[in-house]
Design a protein around this ligand. Sequence first.
Ligand code: PLP
Length: 437
Amino acid sequence: MIYFSTSKASTPVSIKRATLEGLAPDGGLYVPSEIPTFSSGELSLLESAGFSDIALAIAKKFIEGEIPPDILQDLVASCYDFPTPIISLDGSTFVEELFHGPTLAFKDYGARFLGRLTGRFAAEDHRLITVLVATSGDTGSAVASGFHGIANTRVVILYPSGKVSRLQEQQLTTAGGNVHALEVRGDFDDCQRLVKEAFVDPELRMRHTLTSANSINIARLIPQSFYYAWATLELKRQYGLEKPLFSVPSGNYGNLTAGVLARRMGFPIGHFIAASNTNDSVTRYLEEGRYEPRPTRRTLSTAMDVGNPSNFARLRHFYGDSREAMAADITGISITDKETMETIRNSRERFDYLMDPHTAVGFAALEKYRMKSGSSSPGVVLSTAHPAKFREAMQDALQEEVDVPERLASCLNLKKESTLINPDFRDLSSFLNGLDT
Ligand SMILES: *Cc1c(COP(=O)(O)O)cnc(C)c1O
Protein backbone atom coordinates (compact mmCIF):
# COMPACT_ATOMS: atom_id res chain seq x y z
CA MET A 1 0.00 0.00 0.00
CA ILE A 2 1.33 3.43 -0.89
CA TYR A 3 0.14 6.80 0.29
CA PHE A 4 -0.07 9.98 -1.71
CA SER A 5 -0.83 13.58 -0.90
CA THR A 6 -4.24 15.18 -1.43
CA SER A 7 -2.35 18.06 -3.09
CA LYS A 8 -0.81 15.55 -5.53
CA ALA A 9 2.46 17.50 -5.84
CA SER A 10 4.75 15.17 -3.84
CA THR A 11 5.89 11.63 -4.56
CA PRO A 12 3.92 8.74 -3.04
CA VAL A 13 5.42 7.25 0.14
CA SER A 14 5.21 4.18 2.38
CA ILE A 15 3.12 4.15 5.58
CA LYS A 16 6.39 4.59 7.47
CA ARG A 17 7.25 7.85 5.73
CA ALA A 18 3.63 9.05 5.94
CA THR A 19 3.56 8.34 9.70
CA LEU A 20 6.89 9.98 10.45
CA GLU A 21 6.22 13.03 8.27
CA GLY A 22 2.61 13.67 9.29
CA LEU A 23 1.94 16.32 6.66
CA ALA A 24 3.13 15.78 3.06
CA PRO A 25 5.90 18.16 1.87
CA ASP A 26 3.44 19.87 -0.51
CA GLY A 27 1.18 20.71 2.44
CA GLY A 28 -1.42 18.06 1.53
CA LEU A 29 -2.73 15.20 3.66
CA TYR A 30 -1.66 11.62 3.04
CA VAL A 31 -4.33 9.23 1.77
CA PRO A 32 -4.01 5.54 0.80
CA SER A 33 -3.70 4.96 -2.95
CA GLU A 34 -6.73 2.72 -2.70
CA ILE A 35 -9.01 1.78 0.17
CA PRO A 36 -8.61 -1.92 0.99
CA THR A 37 -11.82 -3.93 1.15
CA PHE A 38 -13.07 -6.93 3.09
CA SER A 39 -14.79 -9.67 1.12
CA SER A 40 -18.01 -11.14 2.52
CA GLY A 41 -15.99 -14.24 3.46
CA GLU A 42 -13.54 -12.11 5.44
CA LEU A 43 -16.39 -10.24 7.09
CA SER A 44 -18.07 -13.44 8.23
CA LEU A 45 -14.77 -14.63 9.70
CA LEU A 46 -14.81 -11.50 11.86
CA GLU A 47 -18.32 -12.14 13.17
CA SER A 48 -17.09 -13.66 16.41
CA ALA A 49 -13.92 -11.57 16.71
CA GLY A 50 -12.99 -9.30 19.63
CA PHE A 51 -11.96 -5.67 19.32
CA SER A 52 -8.21 -6.32 18.97
CA ASP A 53 -8.76 -8.98 16.28
CA ILE A 54 -10.90 -6.60 14.24
CA ALA A 55 -8.33 -3.83 14.73
CA LEU A 56 -5.54 -6.17 13.63
CA ALA A 57 -7.42 -7.32 10.52
CA ILE A 58 -7.87 -3.70 9.42
CA ALA A 59 -4.36 -2.57 10.40
CA LYS A 60 -2.84 -5.42 8.38
CA LYS A 61 -4.49 -4.18 5.21
CA PHE A 62 -3.09 -0.68 5.61
CA ILE A 63 0.35 -1.62 6.92
CA GLU A 64 0.89 -4.85 4.96
CA GLY A 65 4.55 -5.70 4.54
CA GLU A 66 5.90 -2.89 6.70
CA ILE A 67 5.74 -4.58 10.09
CA PRO A 68 5.97 -8.34 10.81
CA PRO A 69 2.47 -9.69 11.62
CA ASP A 70 3.36 -10.91 15.14
CA ILE A 71 4.78 -7.51 16.06
CA LEU A 72 1.73 -5.74 14.65
CA GLN A 73 -0.47 -8.06 16.68
CA ASP A 74 1.32 -7.17 19.94
CA LEU A 75 1.25 -3.49 19.05
CA VAL A 76 -2.51 -3.49 18.46
CA ALA A 77 -3.24 -5.56 21.57
CA SER A 78 -1.25 -3.18 23.76
CA CYS A 79 -3.14 -0.16 22.33
CA TYR A 80 -6.63 -1.48 23.09
CA ASP A 81 -6.41 -3.03 26.51
CA PHE A 82 -9.58 -1.17 27.60
CA PRO A 83 -13.25 -1.92 26.72
CA THR A 84 -15.42 -0.27 24.02
CA PRO A 85 -18.97 -0.76 25.35
CA ILE A 86 -22.08 -0.12 23.29
CA ILE A 87 -24.96 0.96 25.51
CA SER A 88 -28.59 0.59 24.43
CA LEU A 89 -30.75 3.60 25.34
CA ASP A 90 -34.05 2.34 23.94
CA GLY A 91 -33.36 -0.74 21.80
CA SER A 92 -32.76 1.23 18.60
CA THR A 93 -30.53 4.07 19.81
CA PHE A 94 -27.08 3.20 21.10
CA VAL A 95 -24.14 5.05 22.58
CA GLU A 96 -20.70 3.71 21.71
CA GLU A 97 -18.57 4.77 24.66
CA LEU A 98 -15.14 5.72 23.36
CA PHE A 99 -13.95 7.17 26.66
CA HIS A 100 -12.58 4.17 28.54
CA GLY A 101 -8.97 4.82 27.56
CA PRO A 102 -6.38 6.51 29.79
CA THR A 103 -7.39 10.14 29.08
CA LEU A 104 -11.14 9.46 28.95
CA ALA A 105 -11.65 10.68 25.38
CA PHE A 106 -11.84 8.98 21.99
CA LYS A 107 -8.53 10.55 20.94
CA ASP A 108 -6.81 7.74 22.85
CA TYR A 109 -7.73 5.32 20.01
CA GLY A 110 -5.69 7.29 17.48
CA ALA A 111 -2.94 8.63 19.72
CA ARG A 112 -1.97 5.28 21.25
CA PHE A 113 -1.69 3.64 17.83
CA LEU A 114 0.28 6.58 16.42
CA GLY A 115 2.63 6.54 19.44
CA ARG A 116 3.43 2.85 19.18
CA LEU A 117 3.76 2.88 15.40
CA THR A 118 6.06 5.92 15.51
CA GLY A 119 8.18 4.23 18.19
CA ARG A 120 8.49 1.09 16.10
CA PHE A 121 9.49 2.96 12.91
CA ALA A 122 11.92 5.23 14.79
CA ALA A 123 13.60 2.22 16.44
CA GLU A 124 14.10 0.53 13.05
CA ASP A 125 16.10 3.57 11.93
CA HIS A 126 17.85 4.13 15.30
CA ARG A 127 16.36 7.61 15.38
CA LEU A 128 14.91 9.76 18.11
CA ILE A 129 11.66 11.41 17.00
CA THR A 130 10.53 14.64 18.65
CA VAL A 131 6.78 15.16 18.49
CA LEU A 132 5.74 18.81 18.71
CA VAL A 133 2.13 19.46 19.60
CA ALA A 134 0.21 22.66 20.27
CA THR A 135 -2.92 22.07 22.31
CA SER A 136 -5.88 23.89 23.76
CA GLY A 137 -6.42 20.90 26.06
CA ASP A 138 -7.58 17.48 24.94
CA THR A 139 -5.29 16.61 22.03
CA GLY A 140 -2.22 17.28 24.16
CA SER A 141 -3.22 14.89 26.91
CA ALA A 142 -4.06 12.06 24.50
CA VAL A 143 -0.75 12.53 22.67
CA ALA A 144 1.22 12.79 25.94
CA SER A 145 -0.37 9.57 27.15
CA GLY A 146 -0.04 7.83 23.76
CA PHE A 147 3.72 8.45 23.55
CA HIS A 148 4.57 8.24 27.25
CA GLY A 149 7.27 5.66 27.82
CA ILE A 150 7.61 4.83 24.10
CA ALA A 151 11.33 4.39 23.33
CA ASN A 152 12.87 6.46 20.51
CA THR A 153 10.23 9.16 20.93
CA ARG A 154 9.68 12.25 23.03
CA VAL A 155 6.86 14.75 23.15
CA VAL A 156 6.99 18.51 23.61
CA ILE A 157 3.55 19.98 24.34
CA LEU A 158 2.85 23.70 24.05
CA TYR A 159 -0.22 24.94 25.87
CA PRO A 160 -1.51 28.46 26.61
CA SER A 161 -0.86 29.53 30.19
CA GLY A 162 -4.04 30.00 32.22
CA LYS A 163 -6.26 28.99 29.30
CA VAL A 164 -6.73 25.28 29.96
CA SER A 165 -8.69 23.77 32.87
CA ARG A 166 -6.81 22.65 35.99
CA LEU A 167 -7.59 19.03 35.22
CA GLN A 168 -6.29 19.42 31.65
CA GLU A 169 -3.14 21.16 32.88
CA GLN A 170 -2.48 18.36 35.37
CA GLN A 171 -2.92 15.78 32.59
CA LEU A 172 -0.43 17.67 30.42
CA THR A 173 2.22 18.38 33.03
CA THR A 174 2.46 15.32 35.24
CA ALA A 175 3.42 12.51 32.86
CA GLY A 176 7.19 13.08 33.19
CA GLY A 177 9.75 10.86 31.43
CA ASN A 178 9.79 11.55 27.69
CA VAL A 179 6.91 14.06 27.89
CA HIS A 180 7.81 17.76 28.29
CA ALA A 181 5.26 20.52 28.84
CA LEU A 182 5.84 24.12 27.77
CA GLU A 183 3.50 26.68 29.28
CA VAL A 184 3.34 29.55 26.81
CA ARG A 185 2.59 33.12 27.96
CA GLY A 186 0.03 33.63 25.19
CA ASP A 187 -2.99 31.97 23.62
CA PHE A 188 -3.53 28.80 21.57
CA ASP A 189 -2.77 30.63 18.31
CA ASP A 190 0.67 31.58 19.69
CA CYS A 191 1.32 27.91 20.49
CA GLN A 192 0.31 26.87 16.99
CA ARG A 193 2.43 29.58 15.38
CA LEU A 194 5.50 28.50 17.39
CA VAL A 195 5.06 24.89 16.25
CA LYS A 196 4.73 25.97 12.63
CA GLU A 197 7.87 28.12 12.91
CA ALA A 198 9.79 25.17 14.32
CA PHE A 199 8.83 22.96 11.37
CA VAL A 200 10.26 25.40 8.84
CA ASP A 201 13.40 26.33 10.79
CA PRO A 202 16.39 24.73 9.00
CA GLU A 203 18.65 24.76 12.05
CA LEU A 204 16.14 22.96 14.28
CA ARG A 205 15.38 20.47 11.54
CA MET A 206 19.09 19.67 11.28
CA ARG A 207 19.35 18.84 14.96
CA HIS A 208 16.00 17.15 15.53
CA THR A 209 13.65 14.86 13.65
CA LEU A 210 10.42 16.74 14.22
CA THR A 211 6.96 15.39 13.60
CA SER A 212 3.44 16.50 14.45
CA ALA A 213 0.75 14.41 16.06
CA ASN A 214 -2.45 16.19 15.26
CA SER A 215 -5.33 14.55 13.48
CA ILE A 216 -3.87 15.12 10.01
CA ASN A 217 -1.53 12.14 10.56
CA ILE A 218 -2.85 9.15 8.61
CA ALA A 219 -1.65 6.83 11.39
CA ARG A 220 -4.08 8.52 13.75
CA LEU A 221 -6.93 8.22 11.28
CA ILE A 222 -6.69 4.52 10.37
CA PRO A 223 -7.23 3.27 13.97
CA GLN A 224 -10.34 5.42 14.30
CA SER A 225 -12.02 3.15 11.77
CA PHE A 226 -11.67 0.20 14.19
CA TYR A 227 -14.55 1.21 16.45
CA TYR A 228 -16.97 1.71 13.54
CA ALA A 229 -16.25 -1.83 12.37
CA TRP A 230 -16.60 -3.11 15.94
CA ALA A 231 -19.98 -1.39 16.37
CA THR A 232 -21.46 -2.89 13.19
CA LEU A 233 -20.38 -6.38 14.31
CA GLU A 234 -21.51 -5.92 17.93
CA LEU A 235 -24.96 -4.58 16.98
CA LYS A 236 -25.51 -7.60 14.81
CA ARG A 237 -24.27 -10.05 17.43
CA GLN A 238 -26.02 -8.59 20.45
CA TYR A 239 -29.21 -7.16 18.97
CA GLY A 240 -29.56 -8.63 15.48
CA LEU A 241 -29.48 -5.08 14.04
CA GLU A 242 -27.87 -4.16 10.74
CA LYS A 243 -26.74 -1.09 8.78
CA PRO A 244 -26.80 1.45 11.61
CA LEU A 245 -26.67 5.21 11.20
CA PHE A 246 -23.67 6.79 12.92
CA SER A 247 -23.91 10.23 14.48
CA VAL A 248 -20.42 11.70 14.84
CA PRO A 249 -19.68 14.77 17.01
CA SER A 250 -17.28 16.63 14.70
CA GLY A 251 -14.62 19.34 14.95
CA ASN A 252 -11.74 18.64 12.56
CA TYR A 253 -13.76 15.82 10.91
CA GLY A 254 -11.06 13.18 11.44
CA ASN A 255 -13.50 10.94 13.27
CA LEU A 256 -16.08 11.16 10.48
CA THR A 257 -13.44 10.58 7.78
CA ALA A 258 -12.43 7.37 9.57
CA GLY A 259 -16.07 6.28 9.46
CA VAL A 260 -16.11 6.81 5.70
CA LEU A 261 -13.00 4.60 5.48
CA ALA A 262 -14.75 1.84 7.45
CA ARG A 263 -17.77 2.00 5.17
CA ARG A 264 -15.62 1.83 2.02
CA MET A 265 -13.79 -1.18 3.45
CA GLY A 266 -17.14 -2.96 3.42
CA PHE A 267 -18.41 -2.70 7.00
CA PRO A 268 -22.20 -2.32 6.77
CA ILE A 269 -22.94 1.29 7.72
CA GLY A 270 -26.17 2.98 6.64
CA HIS A 271 -25.65 6.74 6.74
CA PHE A 272 -23.57 9.31 8.62
CA ILE A 273 -24.76 12.31 10.56
CA ALA A 274 -22.03 14.93 10.84
CA ALA A 275 -23.04 16.56 14.12
CA SER A 276 -21.53 19.98 14.70
CA ASN A 277 -22.05 22.81 17.14
CA THR A 278 -22.56 26.30 15.69
CA ASN A 279 -19.14 26.05 13.98
CA ASP A 280 -21.00 24.80 10.93
CA SER A 281 -18.74 25.32 7.84
CA VAL A 282 -19.14 21.69 6.76
CA THR A 283 -22.88 21.58 7.47
CA ARG A 284 -23.34 24.60 5.22
CA TYR A 285 -21.15 23.04 2.53
CA LEU A 286 -23.30 19.91 2.55
CA GLU A 287 -26.46 21.98 2.20
CA GLU A 288 -25.34 24.74 -0.12
CA GLY A 289 -22.26 23.40 -1.90
CA ARG A 290 -20.00 26.31 -0.93
CA TYR A 291 -17.16 25.87 1.53
CA GLU A 292 -16.63 29.08 3.45
CA PRO A 293 -14.60 28.62 6.62
CA ARG A 294 -15.46 31.13 9.33
CA PRO A 295 -13.70 32.35 12.47
CA THR A 296 -14.07 29.88 15.32
CA ARG A 297 -16.91 30.44 17.79
CA ARG A 298 -16.72 29.42 21.42
CA THR A 299 -19.36 26.83 22.46
CA LEU A 300 -20.00 24.32 25.25
CA SER A 301 -18.55 21.49 23.13
CA THR A 302 -15.12 23.15 23.09
CA ALA A 303 -13.23 20.29 21.40
CA MET A 304 -15.46 20.86 18.34
CA ASP A 305 -14.84 24.61 18.12
CA VAL A 306 -13.15 24.56 14.71
CA GLY A 307 -13.93 27.10 11.98
CA ASN A 308 -11.77 25.52 9.26
CA PRO A 309 -11.57 21.74 9.84
CA SER A 310 -8.18 20.22 8.96
CA ASN A 311 -9.53 16.87 7.74
CA PHE A 312 -12.07 18.36 5.37
CA ALA A 313 -9.59 18.16 2.46
CA ARG A 314 -9.32 14.41 3.02
CA LEU A 315 -13.06 13.94 3.27
CA ARG A 316 -13.52 15.84 0.00
CA HIS A 317 -10.83 13.75 -1.64
CA PHE A 318 -12.70 10.54 -0.74
CA TYR A 319 -15.78 11.93 -2.50
CA GLY A 320 -13.93 13.08 -5.63
CA ASP A 321 -14.72 16.68 -4.69
CA SER A 322 -18.42 16.10 -5.32
CA ARG A 323 -20.82 17.62 -2.82
CA GLU A 324 -23.67 15.48 -4.21
CA ALA A 325 -21.75 12.27 -3.59
CA MET A 326 -20.81 13.37 -0.08
CA ALA A 327 -24.35 14.49 0.75
CA ALA A 328 -25.71 11.10 -0.36
CA ASP A 329 -23.75 9.48 2.53
CA ILE A 330 -23.54 12.29 5.07
CA THR A 331 -26.11 14.70 6.50
CA GLY A 332 -24.76 17.69 8.43
CA ILE A 333 -26.75 18.89 11.42
CA SER A 334 -25.74 21.75 13.64
CA ILE A 335 -26.81 22.06 17.29
CA THR A 336 -26.91 25.16 19.50
CA ASP A 337 -25.61 25.37 23.07
CA LYS A 338 -29.20 25.68 24.31
CA GLU A 339 -30.12 22.40 22.59
CA THR A 340 -26.96 20.80 24.00
CA MET A 341 -27.93 21.76 27.57
CA GLU A 342 -31.49 20.49 27.07
CA THR A 343 -30.19 17.22 25.66
CA ILE A 344 -27.92 16.65 28.68
CA ARG A 345 -30.92 17.14 30.98
CA ASN A 346 -33.44 15.18 28.90
CA SER A 347 -31.23 12.17 28.31
CA ARG A 348 -30.67 11.83 32.04
CA GLU A 349 -34.40 11.97 32.65
CA ARG A 350 -35.45 9.70 29.80
CA PHE A 351 -32.67 7.12 29.91
CA ASP A 352 -30.92 7.76 33.21
CA TYR A 353 -27.79 8.31 31.10
CA LEU A 354 -25.18 11.08 31.45
CA MET A 355 -23.82 12.56 28.20
CA ASP A 356 -20.94 15.01 28.01
CA PRO A 357 -21.63 18.12 25.84
CA HIS A 358 -19.97 16.60 22.72
CA THR A 359 -21.95 13.38 22.95
CA ALA A 360 -25.10 15.45 23.56
CA VAL A 361 -24.52 17.28 20.25
CA GLY A 362 -24.32 13.87 18.54
CA PHE A 363 -27.49 12.62 20.20
CA ALA A 364 -29.48 15.79 19.44
CA ALA A 365 -28.37 15.65 15.79
CA LEU A 366 -29.47 12.00 15.51
CA GLU A 367 -32.94 12.89 16.83
CA LYS A 368 -33.25 15.83 14.42
CA TYR A 369 -32.16 13.65 11.52
CA ARG A 370 -34.72 10.98 12.36
CA MET A 371 -37.46 13.55 12.61
CA LYS A 372 -36.52 15.10 9.26
CA SER A 373 -35.93 11.89 7.31
CA GLY A 374 -38.41 9.55 8.99
CA SER A 375 -35.59 6.99 9.16
CA SER A 376 -36.21 4.03 11.45
CA SER A 377 -32.71 2.57 11.14
CA PRO A 378 -30.82 1.78 14.33
CA GLY A 379 -28.57 4.67 15.36
CA VAL A 380 -25.19 4.77 17.08
CA VAL A 381 -24.00 7.99 18.73
CA LEU A 382 -20.25 8.08 19.17
CA SER A 383 -19.56 9.24 22.72
CA THR A 384 -16.27 11.10 22.42
CA ALA A 385 -15.62 12.03 26.06
CA HIS A 386 -16.47 11.09 29.63
CA PRO A 387 -18.82 13.64 31.27
CA ALA A 388 -16.28 14.27 34.05
CA LYS A 389 -13.93 15.87 31.51
CA PHE A 390 -16.42 18.73 31.11
CA ARG A 391 -17.56 19.14 34.69
CA GLU A 392 -18.48 22.81 34.54
CA ALA A 393 -20.87 22.42 31.61
CA MET A 394 -22.37 19.32 33.24
CA GLN A 395 -22.90 21.18 36.50
CA ASP A 396 -24.54 24.08 34.68
CA ALA A 397 -26.91 21.71 32.90
CA LEU A 398 -27.75 19.44 35.82
CA GLN A 399 -27.23 21.65 38.89
CA GLU A 400 -25.21 18.92 40.53
CA GLU A 401 -21.65 17.60 40.73
CA VAL A 402 -20.40 14.88 38.38
CA ASP A 403 -18.15 12.20 39.87
CA VAL A 404 -14.57 12.14 38.58
CA PRO A 405 -13.30 8.61 37.91
CA GLU A 406 -10.18 7.54 39.77
CA ARG A 407 -7.90 7.35 36.73
CA LEU A 408 -8.66 10.99 35.96
CA ALA A 409 -8.54 12.22 39.55
CA SER A 410 -5.20 10.55 40.26
CA CYS A 411 -3.21 13.14 38.29
CA LEU A 412 -4.64 15.96 40.42
CA ASN A 413 -2.31 15.08 43.27
CA LEU A 414 0.85 14.85 41.18
CA LYS A 415 3.38 17.68 40.98
CA LYS A 416 3.03 19.94 37.95
CA GLU A 417 6.23 20.10 35.92
CA SER A 418 6.34 22.60 33.09
CA THR A 419 8.63 25.25 31.64
CA LEU A 420 7.21 28.74 31.25
CA ILE A 421 8.21 30.41 27.99
CA ASN A 422 7.39 33.61 26.11
CA PRO A 423 5.50 33.33 22.83
CA ASP A 424 8.84 33.83 21.11
CA PHE A 425 10.45 31.34 18.76
CA ARG A 426 13.87 31.81 20.40
CA ASP A 427 12.47 30.49 23.68
CA LEU A 428 11.15 27.37 21.98
CA SER A 429 14.33 26.70 20.02
CA SER A 430 16.59 27.12 23.04
CA PHE A 431 14.38 24.71 24.99
CA LEU A 432 14.56 22.12 22.20
CA ASN A 433 18.31 22.56 21.81
CA GLY A 434 18.70 22.03 25.55
CA LEU A 435 17.23 18.52 25.27
CA ASP A 436 19.61 15.60 24.67
CA THR A 437 20.04 14.61 21.07
C1 PLP B 1 -11.43 16.05 19.21
C2 PLP B 1 -12.81 15.86 19.75
C3 PLP B 1 -13.95 15.87 18.91
C4 PLP B 1 -13.88 16.16 17.42
O1 PLP B 1 -13.27 15.14 16.69
P1 PLP B 1 -12.75 15.40 15.19
O2 PLP B 1 -12.10 14.16 14.77
O3 PLP B 1 -11.79 16.57 15.30
O4 PLP B 1 -13.94 15.77 14.37
C5 PLP B 1 -15.19 15.62 19.48
N1 PLP B 1 -15.31 15.41 20.82
C6 PLP B 1 -14.26 15.40 21.65
C7 PLP B 1 -14.46 15.19 23.10
C8 PLP B 1 -12.96 15.62 21.15
O5 PLP B 1 -11.92 15.63 22.00
